[in-house]
Design a protein around this ligand. Structure first.
Ligand SMILES: O=CCCC(=O)C(=O)O
Length: 526
């Protein structure tokens, strides 16, 4: 059911202030209208989250895992209504949204497995050494505990996998943290359907209602009030650089500053090494345009920068990519606002005196259509104007012609932090690539070879992060099992009687988790 409510703890409540969603493919206003949460709603949701914290954080691993699986099942049970509504609110095609639902549900199940396994607790026991000279060692036991209530900001570009029940929510709940979601205003109906699925899972699991609240709204004040609320202990955000930085500032100015895990901006450089370019330039050109235009380019992993050594092989690549882009269809963008920013960014590059427009995609009849754009410049010009390295969110990319591989290394070393870097590399390139990898590794969260950066695998080894401004904290990831670490805090218990210790640190290891005992891995408990 979608009726435009705020979901605060176990309740659904209508608010006086309203807003509407727009179908970006048609420009029509969608029904119903939606409650816009205010500061009172934030305070109420955060109070409930704080009240729920101790109970929820103390849930046993099996119950918490089953709760996450319950959310996944409830999302599936919504059925086609969820896909239809997400299509109407985002302009994204059915196949993409069905895939994204699978990813969302898979993520929740992955975190259920993480919880059951218990490695995230990093339980470590250094038994007392009463006879140690000159001083005895106390009994020391460390475990990761949930950080407290977490605020999650739904992203516009993944209305399911990075939104209400996306990776931030799944990892925070897995860590044992209640979550207050600020819903994204471009897909409030989708958000409400998913939020109701979580709310039902909370009730079915017999958990305190404050474990989850959903606050839709379109004002910046709502997000600001949520981050400023003293009960909130960490923030997960995926979105624009401006939006992320605003939250970082609010969090830093609190009486008690808190971490903001914001994933914000990346142009994802792709390096075409000479042998690869010579051997398969035409194929690379086609694949590049496929990745560039996928989902109207609205991926934070979009390949927005291509680097290669100037010469005839590069000319051939440019011609092939230009021709593939010229044939590419326009695609509906997520919202009129995102479309307007894309047009503005593309116009600025097209009008820049140091930039040549290689090609544009086909234009379309409808509203909010992204027409792909491919530009080129030289390394000197790219390095001379920082604006050329700023992300244009959508299907826009810049080729930088470099004199040689050291110049590519120079450009990369001067880039801001990135989520990804891609190497198109053949065996004959490997000696040169080996010199570049350490330079690239300083700037990015993920390096991939002979693939394309769009389409992030949700897996234990994944890193979807990177140095600023890719994220506000390059030590973390928002995709993959390590995402849980953002919402945990290590606590050491010194000389506490067994009855006072958390379950994970009891001598009998009743949860059967992997632990480190006196510096060594305990024999496998299962
Ligand atoms: O838009 C940000 C996430 C990108 C992603 O998850 C993907 O490329 O699959």
């Amino acid at each position: 059911m979608i009726d435009g409510a705020l979901l605060i703890g176990g309740e659904a409540r209508q608010a006086a202030n309203r807003f509407t969603a727009v179908n970006p493919a048609s420009g029509e206003t969608l029904t119903p209208d939606f409650s816009s949460a205010n500061a009172d709603a934030v305070a109420e949701a955060c109070t409930l989250a704080e009240d729920a914290f101790a109970t929820y954080a103390a849930t046993d691993l099996e119950s918490r895992a089953a709760f996450l699986e319950g959310i996944a099942q409830n999302i599936l049970d919504i059925g086609d209504e969820l896909i239809e509504r997400a299509m109407a609110e985002s302009g994204l095609p059915r196949a993409r949204l069905e895939g994204e639902r699978g990813r969302t549900v898979g993520q929740l199940k992955l975190f259920a497995g993480v919880v059951r396994q218990g490695d995230f607790l990093d339980a470590t026991i250094d038994p007392a050494l009463p006879d140690r000279a000159p001083l005895p060692r106390p009994d020391l036991r460390r475990v990761n505990l949930a950080i407290g209530p977490v605020a999650v900001f739904g992203a516009s570009n993944f209305p399911l996998a990075f939104s209400v029940a996306g990776g931030d929510t799944a990892s925070a709940l897995a860590a044992g943290c209640p979550v207050v979601v600020k819903g994204h205003p471009s897909h409030p109906g989708t958000g409400e359907l998913v939020a109701r699925a979580i709310q039902k899972a909370v009730a079915d699991a017999g958990l305190p209602a404050g474990v989850f609240s959903y606050l839709p709204g379109e004002t910046n004040e709502l997000g600001g009030a949520l981050v400023a609320d003293p009960r909130i202990q960490a923030v997960g955000f995926t979105g624009s650089r401006g939006g992320g930085l605003a939250l970082v500032r609010i969090a830093a100015k609190r009486d008690e500053p808190i971490p903001v895990y914001a994933e914000m901006s990346s142009i994802n450089p792709v390096v075409l090494f000479p042998a690869a370019l010579a051997a398969r330039g035409a194929a690379l050109a086609k694949e590049f345009v496929g990745s560039l235009t996928m989902g109207a380019g609205q991926f934070c992993t979009n390949p927005g920068l291509v680097l290669a050594v100037d010469g005839p092989d590069l000319d051939a690549f440019v011609e092939a990519a230009g021709s593939a882009l010229t044939d590419s269809a326009p695609a509906t963008m997520l919202s009129p606002g995102i479309h307007a920013s894309f047009e503005q960014g593309v116009a600025a590059l097209a009008g820049h005196e140091a930039v040549r427009t290689v090609a544009r995609g086909k234009s379309g009849e409808g509203v909010n259509q992204a027409v792909g754009a491919f530009f080129e410049t030289t390394a000197d010009q790219f390095l001379a104007d920082v604006k050329l390295s700023h992300e244009v969110f959508g299907s826009s990319s810049m080729l930088v012609r470099c004199r040689d591989l050291p110049e590519i290394a120079l450009v990369i070393a001067k880039l801001e932090g990135q989520l990804t870097a891609t190497l198109q590399v053949d065996p004959a390139d490997e000696a040169e690539a080996a010199k570049l990898v350490p330079v690239i590794a300083r700037r990015v969260g993920r390096i991939l070879a002979n693939g394309w950066p769009t389409g992030v695998e949700v897996a234990p080894a994944m890193v979807h992060g990177g140095p600023f401004p890719a994220t506000s904290d390059g030590r973390t990831t928002s995709v993959g099992t390590l995402a849980i670490a953002r919402f945990l805090r290590p606590v050491c218990f010194q000389n506490l009687a067994p009855a006072l210790l958390p379950e994970a640190l009891h001598d009998d290891n009743g949860w059967g988790i992997a632990r480190r005992l006196d510096g060594k891995r305990e024999a496998s408990p299962r």
